[in-house]
Design a protein around this ligand. Structure first.
Ligand SMILES: Cc1cc2nc3c(=O)[nH]c(=O)nc-3n(C[C@H](O)[C@H](O)[C@H](O)COP(=O)(O)O)c2cc1C
Length: 281
């Protein structure tokens, strides 16, 4: 719900097209139709409030979106809106919302048949106990159950687990890229050494953010004197490594490859390696 003040008086409208578009500065964009009283108010006073409705406020949103401020004084509708004291702006702020942001006009531009109004947040309040109201195909909804993207569970031994735990450095998800290199019926394993721990597994590395994964693993293999042909199609493996009561999420981007000659490297087929099996399934 967008609150405003101006020539047309204090007002509120519903705006589903509302989104955060920058962290620093904290910016929120709203998209308003030309004839809305709210837009006229914002053009005049260059400020507005963004009030993210809670799932208990669908009636209020319905009022805000169902009538124009030119038709009725929405904010004075009996038994409806209650307000908080705004700190920086003269627009009202609606109570019992999930988020209240006081905004100053940062940018305004007509885009297609609506006007994009970007506000810089000068004061923000939120109530984590309140769940935001959802609006989809003209109806109101509550937030439903959590959806976890599929992650394959892999029971690994203590050594494997400790290795990846250390690699993750406390991160919720460890991101890796690796190569599965076959030669005949065997798979290439390399020795990785870190902080006096040694671990043998497929060649893999933690790529730097923004750096091309395929090129990184190619470079890595070349650095080990390995002549391999990698297929460029990335294979996504989202795993959760389990050891007793401990878990670590690991996202692998794998590339399959082949090689003819590996002289000094360890080329192994480890049928009992749970992690390796997960890569193949
Ligand atoms: C749930 C809901 C979401 C809406 N979202 C938008 C929106 O994003 N942009 C817009 O221009 N109008 C939107 N509307 C329509 C306006 O809220 C409506 O035109 C309102 O009467 C404008 O009020 P005003 O003239 O007092 O500013 C929405 C309406 C509803 C019910």
């Amino acid at each position: 719900m967008i609150t405003s003040n101006g020539y047309f008086g204090k007002n509120v409208m519903a705006a589903e097209w509302t989104m955060q578009i920058s962290y620093n500065p904290l910016l929120i964009a709203i998209f308003l139709h030309e004839s809305s009283v709210t837009l006229k108010n914002i053009r005049e006073t260059r400020e507005f409030g963004v009030n993210v409705a809670s799932d208990k406020q669908s009636t209020l949103v319905n009022i805000a979106g169902g009538y124009s401020g030119s038709e009725i004084d929405k904010l004075k509708v009996k038994n409806s809106f209650t307000f908080l004291k705004s700190k920086h702006i003269k627009s009202p702020i609606i109570a019992n919302c999930a988020i209240n942001a006081e905004c100053q006009l940062f940018f305004i531009k007509k885009i297609g048949d609506h006007v994009m109004v970007v506000g810089k947040v000068v004061v923000i309040r939120y109530d984590e106990t309140k769940k935001p109201l959802l609006y989809h195909t003209g109806r109101y909804y509550q937030i439903g159950s959590l959806i976890e993207p599929f992650r394959q569970k892999v029971k690994v031994n203590k050594c494997t687990f400790d290795w990846f735990l250390k690699e993750a450095k406390g991160k919720f998800i460890l991101k890796c890229t690796g190569a599965i290199i076959k030669s005949g019926r065997k798979v290439l394993f390399l020795k990785h050494v870190k902080n006096s721990m040694t671990y043998g597994t497929i060649p893999y590395l933690k790529p730097k953010r923004g750096v091309n994964y395929f090129q990184s693993i190619q470079k890595y293999l070349k650095g080990h004197g390995l002549k391999v042909r990698l297929k460029p199609e990335p294979i996504v493996k989202r795993l959760v490594l389990e050891n007793k009561n401990r878990i670590q999420r690991v996202n692998f981007i794998l590339f399959e490859g082949t090689t003819r000659s590996i002289s000094s490297q360890i080329l192994l087929q480890k049928k009992d390696d749970a992690l390796l099996k997960a890569f193949y399934n």
